[in-house]
Design a protein around this ligand. Sequence first.
Ligand code: FNR
Ligand code: 531
Length: 354
Amino acid sequence: MTHLFEPFRLKEITLRNRIGVSPMCQYCYEDGMADDWTLVHLGSRAAGGAGLVLSEATAVSAAGRITPNDLGIWSEAHVEPLARVTRYLKSQGAVPGIQLAHAGRKASTSRPWEGGGPLADDDPRRWSVLGASPIAFAAGYPVPHELSVTEIREIEAQFAEAARRALEAGFEWAEIHAAHGYLLHSFLSPLSNTRTDDYGGSFANRIRILVETVQSVRRVWPERLPLTVRVSGTEWVEGGWQVEDTVELARVLKEEGVDLLDCSSSGNISHAPIPQTPGYQVPIAEAVRRQTGLATAAVGLITEAHQAEEIIHSGQADLVLLGREFLRDPYWPVRAAKTLGQEAPVPAQYLRAF
Ligand code: FNR
Ligand code: 531
């Protein structure tokens, strides 16, 4: 048995292999409602053999969307359309996961194929953006409203409410999005958080909103189900969030009942140089796993079967998450199994094709 195709048990959930679909925004929804695209897009990757299928960033409030067309779970109406998807994912042997998100100061933008920047001042869909401090993400972006403590607590409660709905919708894995410059990440970094109250300044203060969000979600998310966090393990710039901070944060989150850290990077500093080499973020997952014992997921330019196998075999991470490669090939797990001489998770209907 290769390591990549060994099952992975976390709490009472067992993934059939170490391969996950990384969250990937589709920006094609009306009022946040999952639809046929969600079913086919995620469903085909479950049929293709992924062990874990993570939804795209799913907004915990309308204000927390990146674009007007984000997926959402801010109302009860969102539950059944999502439940239709989780039922199918489970029927194909995959574990359905949801990424709970709030875009913070990077909200109210257009879709990538419509330019991707802030919605124009005269765009009726535009809304005001929120953040740790009145510091715009980049030139041309709006200066966010600095959240009050009361508003911070309201957002923490929105994450918990979203987790409750996610449970209702049949998700078995919840990931809190604290990466890529969105709301929770923007509190972590001293480059985007210059607050002088209990949510800014010291490391303990800058991680407070994330810790409190984890605590509020953990109170509603069953102990038997994995609760994970995606972080940007480094911002790739001096004076920004560093891998050492991530290791320290991981120690705290492990104590708070987080079961795995999903280790991405960047997204908070618009001009930061990001390496584009195979597995460029794997060392972050490795550092966290080796120094804290917390399970980790590695993500970022993981495209080849032997590369993925080595990441798991060498103990750099417990899971590999694939983004773009899974867009190119929903059946990547089948091909990887064939490459590694492993029994392939081929749907019976397709057996003659592989
Ligand atoms: C992404 N990514 C992303 N990340 C995240 O945490 N939540 C999300 O909703 C999205 N959305 C998204 C959409 C699209 C179209 C792409 C290409 C990427 C980042 C993604 O999950 C992954 O971390 C990166 O793409 C790096 O992995 P790959 O693509 O090199 O395997
Ligand atoms: C791309 C991205 C990856 C890593 C760092 C910064 C940006 N993604 C991020 C996505 C939205 C689409 C672009 C999210 O995290 C929601």
